[in-house]
Write a new protein. Sequence first.
Length: 264
Amino acid sequence: MDLQSYPIADTWFSITKVDDTTDMLLEPHVHVLEQANLFFVRGSDRDMMIDTGMGIVPIRPYVEPLTEKPFAEIVCVSTHTHIDHIGGVHEFDVRLVHPIEADEMAAPSGMNTIIRDEIDPKLIALFEEAGYPPLDALLIDALPYAGYDPKTYSLTGAPATGLLEEGDTVDLGDRQFTVLHVPGHSPGSIALFEEKTGILFAGDAIYDGPLIYDGPGMSVEEYVATMKKLKALDVSIVHGGHDPSFGKKRLDEIVEHYFRIWGV
């Protein structure tokens, strides 16, 4: 692999304003397969970080300017524990996840590389069959800084400081998010729903792109139940773990699309 052919990124995370209280962080130089939407939500009493990316570079320097509150008080919620969602979780003091995936967050054992040749070929086939573009030699198209060695990449992980189950609430003071257990993509996937606004942070349970539902730890049967649960919600907008946000009509279309695929 010729690292000299890779440019050096000007910045690693892009930050986009979603609304007056929410920003979305993205790693634009990561392959679209692992390019997760990471949301920072400000509340009156505390702020929340939803997922933390790949962990290729620290996320803290990008998050600190988004809040006037102490960084140590930010509530970090991991919607699930795949590589693109827990890379920076160890940088936060308050770390919440579903109990089914707490052990995995503490000691990641799944895919743990940004080098294509180190990824299980079965996983690569799964991703491409789902509709993602082929992987290049690296899962990045630029280096975060001069001298970066992709072989040194590794997920750090961190133990949960608290657990979130179906029906729990993440309370930011003026905003309350109800926890939904939404397995299918992973056993302990969770989503966060703010009933008063209809805003749903869905993680990888649903997004407007190729869903992955046939890999390790995944279950179509559980995914069907999850889709029915999501379809029943009175949502105004869905912020998924990947791809652009969308409304209720598109949510219903996505659900029906996969029901047809699954023969529901």
